[in-house]
Write a protein that binds this ligand. Sequence first.
Ligand code: OAD
Length: 246
Amino acid sequence: MDNLEKLLEKAANKLKAAKRVVVLTGAGVSAESGIPTFRDAQVGLWEKYDPAELASPDGFQANPKLVWDWYEYRREIVRNNKPNPAHFALVELEKKLPSVVIVTQNVDEYHRSAGNKNILELHGRIMENRCFKEGRLLKENELNHSSIPPRCHCGSYVRPGVVWFGEALPSNTLSEAFTHARNCDVCLVIGTAGVVQPAASVPYYAQQSKAFLIEVNNLPSALTSIMNVFLQGKAGEILPKLINLI
Ligand code: OAD
C-alpha cells in the first residue's frame, strides 16, 4: 500500500467514527468544473486586472462597468459548467455520516446544485444581485437594464451578491460556521489556499477543539502545517476515493 493509500485509510477511519464533520471548501473544489481559482493567473482580457481590485467596493465605484462585466464573465462560466466529482463526493459524505456541514468560500452554488443540504456560504452567491446603496437583494424584475451595470429603482447601481474585499461577511453565517468548527470531531479542508480571513480561521477553531484535521489540495497551502493528514492531489480524484472508503 503506497503512502497516499495509507493516508486515505487513516482519514477515512477518522471520518467513519466522526459524529460531527465540518468541511471547509475553497475555489480548488470547483477547479475541475472549469471555474478559475483566484490564485490562478487571470486569463484573456482579465489578465491585466488584479481580482482583489475588481472584487472590492472601491474597484466597483472606480469602474462599475468593468467590475460588472467581470462578474458577468464569471457568471457565464458558472452557468456553462457544472459540479464535478469532488462536489458529488461531498453529497455522499453528507449521506453517510450523522452530521456534515459544508462551509464554503465559493459563490458558485455548486455544492447546492450537487445536492448537499447543510451549507454555509461565507462569501455570498455570484448569481444574486443587490442594490449597491441599500444592500437589498433584488429580483430580476427589479433591475433597470437601461445601463451597465443595471440600476436599482432607487437609482443606485446594482452589484453582485458576493462579499468583496474589505466587506464584512454575513455575521450569522460566520458565527454559525465558527460554532460548528469549535464542536466538530473532524475538519476536512478542501481546495483553499487558506490565506483569506476570516474563512481561514475555521480550521484553527477546529484544531483548538482537538478535532482531527484533514486537507485535500493539489499543493501545500497556508493551512497544511496544522493538518493531521494532508492528501495531496486533485479534489475530483482524491475525494471519491476517500468517501468510498467510508
Ligand atoms: P484560491 O484560488 O486562493 O486557492 C485555491 C486553492 O485550491 C489553492 O490552494 C490551490 O492549490 C487549490 N487547488 C487548485 N486546483 C485544485 C484541485 N483541482 N483540487 C484541489 N485543490 C486545488 O481560492 P480560495 O482559497 O478559495 O474571496 O480563495 C479564498 C477567497 O479568496 C475566495 O473566496 C475569494 C478570494 O478573494 C472573496 O471573493 C471574498
